[in-house]
Design a protein around this ligand. Structure first.
Ligand SMILES: C=C(O[C@@H]1C=C(C(=O)O)C=C[C@H]1O)C(=O)O
Ligand SMILES: [Mg+2]
Length: 445
């Protein structure tokens, strides 16, 4: 990517100039003359700087590869305050993840949100590179650090093939414990403790070799269409990634777009069979209930924060392994407050349950693992716009292990065996990539 190198050289010259020894923030933005030689994910994969974050919007039109932290934030309120404080820098974007439990969890980080040093972005066929400097003490120092950072950037390379083989897997809960868990949940629903709870499974795959997170995400992106693709790499061996169909929210100025995505049936490669399954889904009482409880939850949560909510009729979203019921929701925000939107909407009843608190307590008590980033959110905030996807169809890469997550909404009428099949289908979106893309490692000697 010549053009990127040329921009970085130009930046280096700028940063070599005179800088004040005081607090400050600066941003430089450059358009790329033409499309880079490799994709953004390839570029990001090559960079040796952490954290790095990748995000692609589900219509495929917006993409960002960002790395290095000019500043890291403890929570979204702090991130939002930072953007408001620096309104003279109009294009500040803060990227990253929010954990499922957010601030309620004592054991796990609530957020991983950061203002990157470098952002390589695409909108349609337009590409640009942004560099941001921030220091609460000395911009001069920060310019020096940024120059060192820029020198560590390398040219893009093709992604390596996936050579990891699955040696073994372990489900948590295993199927017998899942059945018990569903019975317990159904008893609580019957006793009217809650109407819906979403229960999940973590599957730990032991791999023959550590997985390259960018290569794995690229493999997913190539086949899992109509999804947001996201990845946060913390270190070379540790990342969280996924290909999720679900929007938590998109805010554009004061317009809010969200959705109830819940209710699932298998997909079929045959169009006719897929359509029959979809028709069944549209008319199935249990799945409709599952979806409508999410609509109720979202409407309740937005009370006082958004007006004139429009709820679209249910439609079928057909994915590679599953199909879902979706109702899109649009509203006008009373205040363009992203931290507030996150607080209100995360987690919706699509991933927690209804009422939210009772469902969360059930999950905390009986689900046999910590969700960490799973079912939280991934995306960005900025002054003009913010968007987060619900971090589903996701996995944590931890060296030789890959932890796959999948959950299902339990409502009156749920059947344990069917819900197990549903989570198998959801997990297959990522899991099958290891079989389809397996290339044996070349033996030395
Ligand atoms: C919880 C997950 O998915 C959610 C649950 C769904 C359901 O139970 O029908 C459908 C879509 C998602 O809102 C997951 O993929 O892990
Ligand atoms: Mg379901």
């Amino acid at each position: 990517m010549k053009q990127i190198s040329a921009i970085i050289e130009q930046l280096d010259t700028t940063l070599a100039g005179e800088w004040p020894d005081t607090a400050g923030i600066r941003q430089f933005s450059y358009s790329l003359q033409k499309q880079p030689d490799t994709g953004l994910l390839e570029w990001l994969s090559a960079q040796p700087c952490y954290p790095k974050f990748y995000w692609q919007q589900r219509d495929g039109n917006e993409e960002a590869a960002v790395c290095g932290d000019a500043y890291a934030f403890g929570d979204t309120a702090q991130a939002q305050a930072f953007i408001r404080e620096h309104q003279d820098v109009p294009d500040l974007h803060i990227w990253g993840l929010n954990a499922f439990n957010g601030a309620d969890s004592s054991a796990f980080a609530a957020n991983a949100l950061f203002l990157p040093r470098i952002e390589l972005c695409r909108q349609g066929s337009r590409y640009w590179l942004r560099c941001t400097l921030f220091s609460a003490r000395s911009l001069r120092e920060e310019a020096r650090r940024t120059r060192l950072f820029l020198r560590s950037l390398v040219v893009s390379q093709a992604l390596p093939p996936i050579t990891s083989r699955v040696l073994q897997h372990q489900h948590l809960p295993a199927q017998p414990q899942w059945n018990q868990l569903i019975t317990r949940a159904l008893n609580c629903i019957e006793a009217q403790q809650f109407d819906k709870v979403v229960l999940a499974r973590k599957t730990t795959l032991t791999l023959s070799q550590p997985l390259n997170a960018c290569a794995f995400l690229a493999a997913s992106r190539a086949v899992n269409h109509h999804c947001y693709h996201f990845m946060l790499a913390f270190t070379p061996q540790q990342a969280f990634l996924g290909s999720s169909p679900e929007r938590l929210f998109l805010r554009n100025h004061d317009e809010l777009y969200t959705e109830a995505l819940a209710g699932t049936v298998a997909n079929d490669p045959d169009d006719f069979k897929a359509q029959q399954l979809g028709d069944w889904l549209l008319n199935d009482g249990k799945n409709q209930r599952e979806n409508l409880l999410v609509v109720d939850d979202i409407c309740q949560r937005l009370q006082g924060g958004a007006q004139s909510l429009d709820i679209m009729p249910a439609e079928i979203l057909r994915l590679r392994k599953v199909q879902h019921l979706r109702r899109s929701i649009h509203g006008e925000l009373t205040d363009s407050d992203d931290a507030g939107c996150l607080q209100r909407l995360q987690p919706t009843a699509a991933v927690a349950g209804l009422p939210r608190q009772a469902a969360r307590e059930f999950i905390a008590e009986f689900e046999p693992f910590d969700r960490e980033w799973y079912a939280g959110s991934a995306g960005y905030i900025s002054a003009e716009q913010a968007e987060f996807t619900v971090a589903l169809r996701s996995a944590a890469v931890k060296g030789h292990h890959l932890e796959l997550y999948a959950g299902a909404g339990i409502v009156a009428g749920s059947d344990a065996a069917q819900e197990w099949q549903e989570i198998e289908n959801k997990a297959a979106g990522l899991r099958t990539l290891l079989e389809e893309h397996y290339t044996p490692a070349v033996q030395a000697g």
